[in-house]
Design a protein. Sequence first.
Length: 296
Amino acid sequence: MSWFTSFLRGGAVGTTEALPGISGGTVALIVRLYDDLIHGAGHVFGGIRLTVADGIRGRGTARAQTRFAKVNWPVMVPALIGMAVFLGIAIVLIEPIVTSHTQIVYAIFFGLVLGSLPVPYQESKSRWRMRDYGLAVVAAVAAFFVMGLPQTQFEPHLWVVFFGAAVAICALVIPGLSGSFILLTVGLYEPTLSAVKSLDFAYIGSFMAGAAVGLASFVKMLQHLLTNHRHVTLVVLTGLMAGSLRALWPWGPAATENGGADSALWVIVAMIAGFVAVTALLLWERRQVGARPLQD
């Protein structure tokens, strides 16, 4: 994976994080960044922890450097830069397009996510049994329920922003759950967009601190699950992705709150286009590896 390719793939993840209901974790799976991001983040946080702990005890940095060396830096660095750059672009440029053509945008991503469901299914590298399908259904129902939660409104005090970011960032690494949707549910989506646009550094600082704490707390557990219980973890992730389609339904409340003015024909065309695009990509990748299961 070249530097520029990693940059663009990270950009795809960053762009989706600005759009409520669209999961950055799902897109990371589609573009083959998920494992690198999860394991890389786990090793980075582990290295930071060892740097502090061993530094206090006077043990040097050897163990921390070993952890840092396990990170796939040629992929991680450009991907993270791409995420930050495209997230900023999406907030400024894409958000107005979503407002004016909400149904079409949601239809495209509905098709993309629907077409990408084979990704975690195949990445488990094991044959699914009936209990796996049952577990996936349970996860799908749970995600379907979460995506239907009504919006609430909290006063955007800095401590609320901190904890809201800590929860929302966990959704970033769970395919099927959207960090932006979580922020929207707790009433912090619009204040966060406004803070970024107006460069409210106090708000942004609280948000980044909460995101860092939430990510450090959660990503280690997810890294452990992917390493030691990969099959069952990906079974659950498949179900979460399927259940999250509720949030992307182009005739749902989130997509039609502005009146749903888009033509039904164009909405259907957009949905089919998203499905065909990701399906074609997956078939091309499968052909590239000689019809073997998809791999990173």
